[in-house]
Design a protein around this ligand. Structure first.
Ligand code: MCN
Length: 802
C-alpha cells in the first residue's frame, strides 16, 4: 500500500500501520447500534416543523387552532411563544469586528428569510400525528422581494434582511505586501502585463448539499437531574457550550450525547434551530421530545456548502513561472450565519498558493447574504474552493505557455529539498515531497501512454475525445493551533483532550474528545494505544461522544482528529507509562531510572534474557490492590492529556484523472483515476484508503453531477435525491491509489490528516480533464457541474465562434 522513493513498503511491526478492519463496523452494518432516531423513552412526544414555502416574506398571521385540535396534539409553538426564551442563535463566530449578522431565531417571529425556515412547531404523541397536524397550521405571508444570486446580492438592490441595510456581512483581506510575507501583487500583475503572462478568470464553485446518510435527529429528555440531549451531531461538546450560551441554561445541567452518527461531512458541524427547538419543547412540556427530519427537510434546511464566485488574476513570466496571484471572492452565506459560515471562505485564504512558490498574493473575501438556505462547512470548507482555482489556473497557464500542464507544475512547485518552506501566506509547510508523489502517480496512471492516446484521437478527429486532468494539491488540516484560530477570531480553540485509564485486569479505556461519525477512531485510537502500552488491540475500548463520559473535547471536523486528538491519546498513554514506572521499580526492587519499557513490560535495562520484568497489567493490578506501593504515590495509573498543535498538518498528493467526452452529446465518462496521497505516517491504511475513496467520490460529484438549484422564487428545485444527483457506486470507477510518506513534524506520530484530502484534490483534476478533452475546440472553461448539457453547449458555442 505505502511506497515512496525514500521509504519502501514494509510490513508494520506493530499495530500502527496495520490494515486492521474497523472495530465499529460490525455493530454499524448489522444495525446493532443506537442511532438517535431509534431512541424511545417513556411518554416521549414528537415534533413536526411547519416551514416557510417562501424565500422572503413577512408573517401576518398564524392560525394554529385546527392543528391544536388535531388528534394527539399536545401543543403548537410559534416564534411569538418562545421569543423571550429562544435567544436567537448567536452562534456565529465573527471574522471581523464589524461583521453584520441578522438575529437568527430558532422559530421565525415575524418574517422568514429563506424557504424552509421554521415558522411553527407541532408537538404530538406520535410522529404521524405531529406531521398531520403540521399540515393544518395556517400561516399568512406577505411576500417580499427575494435576493437569490450572489451577484445580485452584491448590488444591494434587493436586501435579504432589510434591517441590516446591506447584503454585505463582512469583508476580509490578506495582502502579502502588508503582512510582510511577500511583495505587492499589483506590481507583480503590472510587470506581467508589460512583459509576461496574465491569466484572468472567473470561476464558480457551485452550491452543494452535504448529503449525510443519517438525517439529523434529536431527542431531549428533561425528566432527570440533568437535561439529556441525544443528537446526530459532529460536535457534542460545542453543542453543549452553545446551548448553555444561547438558552442561558447551566452547562453542568446539560448532557449531550452523540450516539453512533451516520456521517456529517461538515453538515452536522452546527448548532441547529431544530436542536434548540427540541430542547425548548422538552422544557416546555416536561416530557422527552424527539425530532427527526425527513430527507427532503434535510436537503432543504441542513446547511449547504461552497457557493462562491472567484475572480482570479495570475501573473507569470513568459516562461510560466508564477509571480503573483490576486483573488477576489464572493461567498453566499445564505440567509443566516451558522458556526463557521463566515469563516469557511477564510480557511481557503491560505491555500491559493497551494504547492507553488510565488512572491505576491492578495486575497479579498466578501461574504454576502441571500434569501437561500444558509451555508457553512462542507468537506474541505474553503480549501476545495482555493485548490480548484489554483489548479485550474495552472492548466490555463500551461495552455498559454504551450507546455504540458505537468511541466508548469514542476516549474513552480516547492522542491523537497526546500522544506520546511514558508509560503507567501505565512504558513510553514513542514514536510512534503511533490516529486515522489507525482512520479508514482504518473506511473500508476500511465500518464505518457494516455497522452499518446489522446494525441492519436485528436489527430483522427474521433467523436469521443480523451482529456487528462492533474491536481497537485496540498491542504492545511489538523485544525488547529489555538493561537491561529484566535487570530482568525474563531470562537473556540483547536486543542483536543484524552484520557487513558488502566483497568485492574490490564484492559484499557480510552476517552477521547473527538467525536467520530464514520471515521473509525475506535479502531485507529486502539492501534495507537495498543502499540504504545504493549497491550492487545482487542483490549482497548474507546469511549467518545458523550459529555458525561468525556467532558472535555472539541470534536471532529477539519481532519483534526488524528493529528490533534490521536496525539492527545498518545500523550496520555505516555503519562500512564511514566506513572507506572516508579511502581514497577518498587515492585522489581530496582531504580526507576534503570527500567526500560518495551512490549508492555518494564525490565531492568541491559539485564538480558530471563531477567525479572513486570507487565503493565501486573502493575495495574498492584495499583488496584494498593497494598504495596511506594510512599507518596497515588494509587492510579489513569492519565489525561490536552494537546494543542503548534502547526497545521499539510497532506499533499498528485491526482490524475482521464475522462472521455462524447463531443456530439457532451457526455463525460470517467476512464481512469489515479492518486498518490502523502498523509505522513499512516495509522491504518485500510481506513486511509476508505477516506480517500469517499472523498474522491464527493469531489468528482462536484465536478460532474451535484448542484443545489433554486428557482427564481427561491424554492429549492433539487429537493430530493431524484433531482440532487448524488452519485452511487455505479457512477464511479475503480480508483488506483497509493501513498508516499513525508512525516509531519507537528505530532509525534508523523501523521497528517486524510479526512478531506480526496474531496479537495479531485474536483479540479476532473474539470481539468474535461476542459483538456475539448481544449482543441477553443474551450478553456466549463462551469461545474460539467453536465452533458453544459459540455455540449460549450462545444456548440465554440463551433459557432469558428
Ligand atoms: N488516519 C490514519 N492515518 C493518517 C491519517 C488518518 O490512519 N495519516 C485515520 C484516522 O485515524 C481516522 C481517519 O483516518 O480514523 C480520519 O482521520 P482524520 O484525517 O484525522 O479526520 P477526522 O477523523 O478528523 O475526520 C474529519 C473528516 C472530515 S473534516 C470530513 S468532512 C469527513 C471525513 O473526515 N466526514 C466524514 N470523513 C468522513 N467519513 C465518514 N465516514 N463520514 C463523514 O461524515
Amino acid at each position: 500500500m505505502t511506497a515512496t522513493a525514500d521509504k519502501p513498503t514494509a510490513k508494520p511491526a506493530g499495530e500502527v500501520g496495520a490494515a486492521r478492519r474497523r472495530k465499529e463496523d460490525r455493530r454499524l452494518i448489522t444495525g446493532r447500534t443506537r442511532w438517535t432516531d431509534n431512541i424511545q423513552l417513556p411518554g416521549m412526544l414528537h415534533l413536526a416543523m411547519v416551514r416557510s414555502p417562501f424565500a422572503h416574506a413577512t408573517i401576518t398571521n398564524i392560525d394554529a387552532s385546527a392543528a391544536q385540535q388535531s388528534p394527539g396534539v399536545v401543543r403548537v409553538i410559534t416564534g411569538e411563544d418562545v421569543k423571550d426564551t429562544q435567544g436567537g442563535l448567536p452562534c456565529a463566530w465573527p471574522i471581523t469586528p464589524d461583521q453584520k449578522a441578522p438575529v437568527h431565531p430558532a422559530i421565525a417571529v415575524d418574517r422568514v428569510a429563506f424557504s424552509g425556515e421554521i415558522v411553527a412547531v407541532v408537538i404530538a404523541r406520535t410522529p404521524a400525528q405531529a406531521r398531520d397536524a403540521a399540515e393544518l397550521v395556517d400561516v399568512d405571508y406577505d411576500r417580499q422581494p427575494a435576493v437569490l444570486e450572489l451577484k445580485d446580492a452584491a448590488t444591494d438592490e434587493v436586501l435579504a434582511h432589510p434591517d441590516l441595510g446591506t447584503n454585505k456581512s463582512a469583508f476580509w483581506q490578506f495582502d502579502s505586501g502588508q503582512a510582510g510575507t511577500g511583495g505587492d501583487v499589483e506590481e507583480a500583475i503590472s510587470k506581467a502585463r508589460a512583459d509576461g503572462i496574465v491569466i484572468e478568470r472567473e470561476y464558480r464553485n457551485q452550491r452543494l448539499i452535504p448529503s449525510f446518510m443519517e438525517p439529523r435527529s434529536t431527542v431531549v429528555d428533561p425528566t432527570g437531574e440533568q437535561i439529556v440531549m441525544w443528537s446526530a451531531t459532529q460536535v457534542p461538546h460545542i453543542l453543549r457550550v452553545m446551548l448553555a450560551m444561547v438558552l442561558g441554561v447551566d452547562e453542568a445541567k446539560v448532557r449531550v450525547i452523540a450516539p453512533d452518527v451516520g456521517g456529517g461531512f461538515g453538515g452536522k458541524l452546527q448548532v441547529t434551530p431544530e436542536e434548540v427547538i427540541t430542547f425548548l419543547a422538552a422544557r416546555m412540556t416536561g416530557k422527552p421530545c424527539k425530532y427527526t427530519e425527513t430527507r427532503s427537510e434535510s436537503l432543504l434546511s441542513a446547511h449547504h456548502g461552497r457557493d462562491q464566485w472567484q475572480q482570479l488574476t495570475l501573473a507569470a513570466t513568459k516562461e510560466g513561472k508564477v509571480t503573483g496571484l490576486k483573488v477576489d471572492i464572493m461567498t453566499d452565506m445564505g440567509a443566516y450565519l451558522g458556526l463557521v459560515t463566515a469563516g469557511t471562505p477564510i480557511l481557503g485564504a491560505f491555500l491559493y498558493n497551494a504547492i507553488y512558490k510565488f512572491d505576491s498574493y492578495q486575497f479579498n473575501a466578501t461574504n454576502l447574504f441571500t434569501n437561500k438556505t444558509w451555508t457553512d462547512a462542507y468537506r474541505g470548507a474553503g480549501r476545495p474552493e482555493a485548490t480548484f482555482a489554483i489548479e485550474r489556473l495552472m492548466d490555463e497557464l500551461a495552455a498559454e505557455v504551450g507546455c504540458d500542464p505537468m511541466e508548469i507544475r514542476e516549474k513552480n512547485w516547492i522542491t523537497h529539498e526546500e522544506f520546511p518552506y514558508t509560503t507567501v501566506c505565512g504558513l510553514e509547510y513542514d514536510s512534503g515531497n511533490y516529486e515522489a508523489a507525482t512520479a508514482r502517480a504518473k506511473e500508476l496512471f500511465d500518464y505518457d501512454g494516455l497522452r499518446a492516446e489522446q494525441k492519436q484521437r485528436r489527430e483522427r478527429g474521433d467523436r469521443v475525445q480523451l482529456g487528462l486532468g492533474i491536481s497537485t494539491f496540498t491542504e492545511m488540516c489538523g485544525l488547529a493551533p489555538s493561537r491561529v484560530l484566535g487570530e482568525l477570531n474563531y470562537g473556540a480553540g483547536g486543542w483536543e483532550h484524552a484520557e487513558v485509564r488502566m483497568l485492574p485486569t490490564g484492559k484499557v479505556e480510552v476517552v477521547t474528545g473527538s467525536s467520530a461519525h464514520g471515521q473509525g477512531h475506535e479502531t485507529s485510537w486502539s492501534q495507537i494505544v495498543a502499540d504504545k502500552l504493549g497491550v492487545p488491540f482487542e483490549d482497548v475500548e474507546v469511549l467518545h461522544g458523550d459529555t458525561q463520559v468525556s467532558p472535555k473535547g472539541l470534536d471532529t471536523y477539519g481532519s483534526r482528529s488524528l493529528v490533534v486528538g490521536g496525539q492527545a491519546v498518545l500523550k496520555a498513554a505516555d503519562k500512564v507509562i511514566e506513572k507506572a514506572r516508579p511502581i514497577a521499580a518498587h515492585l522489581l526492587e530496582a531504580s526507576a531510572d534503570d527500567l526500560e519499557f518495551a512490549s508492555g513490560s518494564f525490565s531492568v535495562k541491559g539485564a538480558g534474557e530471563g531477567a525479572s520484568s513486570i507487565s503493565l497489567a501486573e502493575v495495574s493490578l498492584a495499583v488496584f490492590a494498593a497494598h504495596n506501593l511506594p510512599d507518596g504515590v497515588e494509587p492510579s495509573l489513569d492519565s489525561a492529556a490536552t494537546f494543542d498543535p503548534v502547526n497545521f498538518s499539510f497532506p499533499h498528493g498528485t491526482h490524475l484523472c482521464a475522462v472521455e467526452v462524447d463531443t456530439e452529446t457532451g457526455h463525460v465518462s470517467m476512464l481512469r483515476y489515479a492518486c498518490v496521497d502523502d498523509v505522513g505516517n499512516v495509522i491504518n491504511p485500510l481506513i486511509v484508503e476508505g477516506q480517500v475513496h469517499g472523498g474522491l467520490v464527493q469531489g468528482i460529484a462536484q465536478a460532474l453531477w451535484e448542484e443545489a438549484v433554486f428557482d427564481d422564487q427561491g424554492t429549492l428545485v433539487t429537493g430530493s435525491f431524484v433531482d440532487y444527483t448524488l452519485p452511487s457506486s455505479a457512477d464511479t470507477i475503480s480508483f488506483r491509489t497509493d501513498n508516499t510518506v513525508s512525516p509531519a513534524t507537528s505530532n509525534d506520530m508523523g501523521a497528517k490528516g486524510v479526512g478531506e484530502a480526496g474531496c479537495i484534490a479531485s474536483t479540479p483534476a476532473v474539470v481539468n480533464a474535461v476542459v483538456d478533452a475539448v481544449r482543441h475546440f477553443g474551450i478553456d472553461d466549463i462551469q461545474m457541474p460539467c453536465t452533458p448539457m453544459r459540455v455540449w453547449k460549450a462545444i456548440q458555442a465554440a463551433a459557432q465562434k469558428g
